[in-house]
Design a protein around this ligand. Sequence first.
Ligand SMILES: [Zn+2]
Length: 346
Amino acid sequence: MTSIQAELGIIERDFTEQVSAASSSEELQQVKVAFLGKKGAVTLILKKLGSLPPETRPAAGQAVNSLRDRIEAVIEDKRARLDEIESEAAERSSMVDVTLPHRGRSGGGVHPVAQLTHDVIEILAGLGFSVALGPEIEEDFYNFEALNIPQSHPARDMQDTFYFPDGSLLRTHTSPVQVRSMLRHGAPIRIVCPGRVYRRDSDPTHSPMFNQLEGLLVDRDISVADMKGCLETLMAAIFSRPLKARYRASYFPFTEPSIELDIECVECSGKNPACRICKGTGWLEVAGMGMVHPNVIRYGGIDPSIYNGFAWGIGLDRIAMLKYGLTDLRILFEGNVPYLLSGRSL
Ligand SMILES: [Zn+2]
């Protein structure tokens, strides 16, 4: 046996050992490079052939070529088997086991203010009101002037306003929607205007942004009794029971007369002198309202000698707190997920 043949024998044993240990196509490729690559064992031995005596070269060359062919055949065979195993594994890992139990999903909840807005709109829709919306960035005209609050009017001090440099402002109430709607649709009109409003107020019981809802009804021969009937119906529907009402004279520039509505305490009905909700008074302030001032009707493009009406505003945040028994206003604004997920639904 020549030394070349002895070397080939060692190479073939090494190869057989390594190829059977290769368990992935990546490892198999490393084995191929180690034997057939540019610096592989078989390639190196081919280079040695030139230094052999001429009479032994053909036989040695044949032996090397034959080993190279065998190695290539074994590698191809092994590669085919590994490919098959690997593609099966990939298929298994991407399979979905439809018999596994699902992970479960936590239920969503509707924000109390959204829920209340929805409920109030439903109730008022039953009384013939439709929803009207307006911009949150308002012009002075719609927010003040057309609501009977001219530039010099002291009532402007009642509402600390956020102004933009161009004189526009963040609306301080939803009332501008009333003027816009009257100008657009004329009379008779019945609208409910929910929305965010803004004032420069911030303490534990006031947020600079809060949710208001106003209603406006303009028609012929409307009386204070119509207004009381509408508001008492609304309050009874919101709190799911009839509630005693109390009316107090008040002042708003856009209504005459102006009235504030108190309802009996939804917590104690006036029976608990230590009630934390009504502070023992037995009454809760829930709405400001009044007969629409003739000037406002006129600004709305409607003749106040033919039409009159009433308007009211409620604070949705406060009503939501009373309805859902919340003690801290901030829970409505802080995205308290456990609370919000606690399960009300529309
Ligand atoms: Zn009370």
